[in-house]
Design a protein around this ligand. Structure first.
Ligand code: GLN
Length: 198
C-alpha cells in the first residue's frame, strides 16, 4: 500500500489526511526533511501559498522536497498547493518563490474579490459525472506548458491539470467529500511505481 505524505506547514492538512485515510492509504504529515523518506507521494494542501513558500525555507524543506519531486515523487497540489508547485506566480508576493515542478504560470486569487469563493459542478476529464468543486480565493492557470494536460477549466482557464506525476487543482477536493480526485492521485502514484509505467 502506498504511503502518502501531506505537507504540514500550514493549511488544510487534516482534511487531506482524513481524505487519504478514508481511501485506506497510510497518510502522514511532513514537516521535516526526514519525513520525506519512504514516501510514495505527497499532497500540498490548500491554505496560504505565501506562508507555505516561506515555511519551506524556514523548515529547510525546499531543496529536499524539490529534489524528490524532480526525481519523480508524485505530487498533488490543491489551491495554494497548486501555486507552490508552479513554475511562475502572478500576483504573488514579490519574494514568493514556488517550487517550479509544474510547467505552468499560475495567477493567485484569480477569480477576483467579488467572487472570493464559490462552488460549482465541474466536468473533470477521466471522471464520470461532475465533481463538486469548492473554490476559495482560488488561483487559475494562466499559461501551461506543452506537457501539461488540462483536466478541467472554468471560463476558459485551466483549474485541474496533470503533468506526468504532478496533479493540481485550483479547488479543494479535500473539503467537498468527493474523493475521486484523491483516488486519481493514487492512480498517478500507481502509474509512477509500475516499472514500465513512466
Ligand atoms: N489565495 C491563497 C493563496 O494565494 C490560496 C487559497 C486557498 O488555498 N484556498 O495561497
Amino acid at each position: 500500500d502506498p504511503v502518502v505524505g501531506v505537507l504540514a506547514l500550514q493549511g488544510d492538512v487534516a482534511e487531506h489526511l482524513s481524505a487519504l485515510a478514508e481511501l485506506g492509504v497510510l497518510a502522514r504529515p511532513v514537516r521535516r526533511p526526514a519525513d520525506l523518506q519512504d514516501l510514495d507521494g505527497i499532497v500540498l494542501p490548500g491554505g496560504e501559498s505565501t506562508t507555505i513558500c516561506r515555511l519551506l525555507d524556514v523548515f529547510g524543506l525546499r531543496a529536499p522536497l524539490r529534489d524528490r519531486l524532480t526525481a519523480g515523487l508524485p505530487a498533488f497540489g490543491s489551491c495554494a498547493g497548486m501555486i507552490v508547485l508552479a513554475r511562475e506566480i502572478l500576483d504573488g508576493r514579490p519574494d514568493q518563490r514556488p517550487l517550479g515542478v509544474l510547467d505552468a504560470v499560475v495567477r493567485r486569487n484569480a477569480f477576483g474579490r467579488q467572487v472570493d469563493s464559490f462552488e460549482t459542478d465541474l466536468a473533470v476529464a477521466g471522471l464520470e459525472g461532475p465533481v463538486r468543486a469548492v473554490f476559495i480565493r482560488a488561483p487559475w492557470i494562466e499559461q501551461a506548458g506543452p506537457d501539461v494536460q488540462v483536466l478541467a477549466s472554468v471560463a476558459g482557464h485551466p483549474v485541474a491539470v496533470r503533468q506526468g506525476s504532478v496533479l493540481a487543482t485550483s479547488f479543494h477536493p479535500e473539503i467537498a467529500g468527493d474523493l475521486r480526485l484523491h483516488r486519481m492521485f493514487l492512480d498517478v502514484i500507481a502509474d509512477s511505481t509500475r516499472p514500465l509505467g513512466r
